[in-house]
Write a protein that binds this ligand. Structure first.
Ligand code: ZN
Length: 320
């Protein structure tokens, strides 16, 4: 517990974006997913768009406080060898059989967790449970977006093994913050997903395939840029922080040739498609008849927010 608190204190000193699509990108992705829904769904989701946007980052906020949360955000594929992408069992029971649950938990479970949440979301729709529909929709959006990030599929998640420390937040926070206003986020309508478990693996595969260029182009550009041109300083929350310079970011973004935009688009369309699929699998319940968020859920959210802001994150039982 003490170790945890120290880790926590340390974490709070880091920029809030930590190791995930920054808060900014997660919120934008969840928000935009709403607009890809069919008419029968879009009204309900629009009504709650603030909830879905603001709470998009909750899974990251509890990463260090809730046991078992962290591995849901990534999968270190390279741990399993070169052809991991091809040889890993797609379904949880077979994967456990092959590698044991401890190993899987140690190196990340994002594709299986997405499928599990899809199942839970379908149940929530069947039960017309507004609190759970909103919570699960919001959170599955987070994990889907994480699965689209190349650096969420490797042990070298922050370039720490290749002398590229900082590349994680560079790719998923700095670049979207600088350039995503110019991205084309029109992704078309959600589509039904026949095999949610396999689709989750397709996301991971698309992210992992992009990993080589993420690392390669940064290394290549670093050789072309003088150190003082690679970085610049910005004041954030009253702290002077070293960031990748605009020139370096632009050059990198250019070499990646739309990769961040493609992965964000993939996340947006896929999130809407999982929501839609869960709703269809639940028998297309009439969302106009759903009640509002319960007072209990609003209270829970408020508590969660307070705990996070105060930095007191007691470990607690997760919902199943
Ligand atoms: Zn995450």
């Amino acid at each position: 517990m003490k170790g945890k608190l120290i880790l926590l204190a340390f974490t709070l000193l880091l920029p809030l974006n930590g190791y995930t699509w920054g808060f900014f990108a997660h919120q934008r992705i969840n928000r935009l997913a709403v607009f890809s829904l069919p008419p029968e769904m879009v009204r309900f989701y629009k009504k709650h768009i603030r909830y879905i946007t603001e709470n998009a980052v909750n899974p990251d906020k509890r990463r260090y406080a809730v046991e078992g949360e962290a591995p849901r955000h990534y999968i270190d594929l390279d741990v399993y060898g070169d052809s991991a992408l091809h040889k890993m069992p797609r379904f949880w029971p077979e994967a456990v059989e092959k590698y044991t649950e401890d190993t899987l938990m140690a190196y990340g479970i994002v594709p299986w967790h997405i499928n599990r949440m899809k199942y839970q979301l379908t149940q929530a729709f069947k039960e017309r449970d507004v609190d759970r529909i909103l919570r699960l929709s919001t959170e599955i959006g987070h994990y889907i977006a994480d699965a689209c990030v190349p650096l969420h599929t490797t042990q070298n998640y922050n370039g720490q093994l290749t002398g590229q420390h900082g590349i994680h937040a560079f790719w998923e926070t700095r670049l979207p913050e600088l350039f995503s206003d110019n991205y084309d986020f029109f992704v078309g309508q959600a589509t039904y997903i026949e095999q949610p478990q396999l689709r989750a693996w397709e996301l991971v595969a698309s992210a992992h395939t992009a990993l080589d260029s993420v690392l390669y182009f940064e290394r290549e550009l670093t050789q072309e840029f003088d150190e003082e041109k690679k970085y610049s300083f910005e004041v954030r929350n009253n702290l002077t922080t070293r960031v990748y310079s605009r020139a370096f970011s632009e050059a990198y973004s250019k070499r990646l040739n739309g990769q961040v935009e493609r992965q964000m688009r993939l996340a947006i369309h896929t999130i809407a498609s999982y929501w839609y699929t869960a709703w269809v699998d639940a028998g297309q319940p009439d969302l106009r008849r759903l009640a509002d968020l319960s007072a209990k859920e609003l209270q829970r959210l408020e508590m969660e927010k307070k705990e996070y802001e105060q930095g007191a994150h007691p470990a607690r039982e997760e919902d199943s």
